[in-house]
Design a protein around this ligand. Structure first.
Ligand SMILES: NC(=O)C1=CN([C@@H]2O[C@H](COP(=O)(O)OP(=O)(O)OC[C@H]3O[C@@H](n4cnc5c(N)ncnc54)[C@H](OP(=O)(O)O)[C@@H]3O)[C@@H](O)[C@H]2O)C=CC1
Ligand SMILES: CC(=O)N[C@@H](CCC(=O)OP(=O)(O)O)C(=O)O
Length: 342
């Protein structure tokens, strides 16, 4: 089976990472590439690491340009996917790396993003309870945000197995590529280098409702989320520290059993051996999620530390994994769990 794939937003970080992975995918032929302002330019000008595609010319992001493919990856800014997706045929698999189709509540969409809600698509996190079944055979996928991916995978087993209270704390440190390529003053090298800075604090980051949605589903009742993102001077990677109060009578053994049950068969999720802790370097450019769980006896809290590469499992790797599931290809095709170190 050869899958013909188009990528919209090919000049950006997420689109570039989708292309890097597709170049190594045994079943994919890369078709049309499109962009915004850089339409008409060579891809090599924006993605010098994608040598085999360097001479491809970027087209305009229109439904006509993207027509005639089995799968279309949309790696566009928030709010730009819905219109183009609506114009693509129902028999085309459309995988949206943006937020447009992630939230189930139109009210939450309006509050956090503004404007009309485009509707909800199957959510691209196969490892959540029921997640894989929802993706099999689908023609539409909403790829999760990077922070929701890492924090939902870190806490879902504890909530699904009734091990912790329904109020969780997530502090996640991210590399700068999570913010995309467009110029933002707080991302200037002189601002980011040699410093860590919290942003979107006290419930004001737009990923809070997405994390809440995922964890409430896992728990089958409302979960409250305190989420603080922190910007770090590294290009890619997220390290999330997530915690919640253990319910009375629950033990570390219960926790370990729940995480083993949830993740032992998952090809991309690795609960590390006792005493070793996730690092962003260990998952760099890979689709792996590394997790470690512990119980802090003084405060009786579960602490889960998790690492992903925000551009791979946090976006493009998830997009390719979901394509594989949706089309019935081997789920790991084109993806690796091997990182880059040091
Ligand atoms: N970076 C990350 O870690 C993650 C990103 N995502 C999501 O992926 C999407 C892309 O993000 P990212 O790659 O980081 O962003 P970038 O800013 O790096 O890239 C954006 C891409 O969209 C194109 N574009 C911008 N405006 C328009 C427009 N009006 N019409 C058509 N194309 C346009 C740009 O082309 P040009 O430069 O030519 O204008 C560029 O190719 C976003 O929705 C983001 O939320 C999701 C999870 C994580
Ligand atoms: C470091 C940084 O700025 N990260 C981005 C998150 C990127 C991402 O996953 O998410 P979306 O697809 O929802 O944009 C942010 O905080 O906005």
């Amino acid at each position: 089976m050869t899958v013909r794939a188009a990528v919209a937003g090919a000049s950006g970080y997420a689109g570039g990472e989708v292309l890097r992975l597709l170049l190594g995918h045994p079943d994919v032929r890369i078709g049309t590439l499109t962009a915004g302002q850089s339409a008409g330019m060579r891809l090599g000008q924006y993605q010098p690491h994608l040598l085999p595609l360097a001479d491809r010319v970027l087209g305009d992001t229109t439904a006509d340009e993207l027509a005639g493919h089995d799968v279309v990856f949309l790696a566009l800014p928030h709010g730009k996917s819905a219109k183009i997706a609506a114009e693509l045929g129902e028999d085309t698999l459309v995988i949206d790396c943006g937020a447009d189709h992630r939230l189930e509540s139109a009210h939450a969409w309006l509050k956090w993003y503004g404007g009309d809600h485009a509707g909800t698509w199957p959510y691209g996190l196969p490892e959540l309870p029921g997640g894989r079944d929802a993706l099999k055979g689908t023609k539409r996928v909403a790829v999760p945000g990077c922070y929701p991916t890492v924090s939902s995978l870190a806490l879902a087993p504890a909530l699904a197995n009734d091990l912790v209270e329904h109020e969780v704390v997530v502090v996640a440190v991210s590399g700068t590529s999570g913010a995309g390529k467009s110029l933002k003053p707080h991302l200037l090298g002189s601002e980011v280098m040699g410093s860590l800075s919290a942003y979107g604090v006290a419930g004001s980051h737009r990923h809070t409702p997405e994390i809440t949605q995922n964890l409430s589903k896992a728990a089958s009742s409302q979960v409250k989320v305190s989420f603080t993102p922190v910007l770090a001077p590294l290009p890619r990677g997220i390290l999330a520290t997530c915690s919640a109060a253990l319910k009375p009578g629950r033990t570390l053994e219960d926790v370990l059993a729940a995480y083993a049950k949830a993740y032992d068969a998952e090809p991309f999720i690795h609960v590390l051996p006792s005493g070793t802790w996730p690092t962003t370097a260990a998952v760099l450019a890979s689709n792996a999620v590394q997790l470690q769980v512990a119980v802090d006896p003084d405060v009786n809290r579960l602490v889960v530390v998790a690492a992903i590469d925000n551009l791979t499992k946090g976006t493009a790797g998830a997009a390719v994994q979901c394509m594989n599931v949706a089309l019935g290809l081997p789920e790991t095709a084109g993806l690796t769990t091997v990182g880059v170190a040091p």
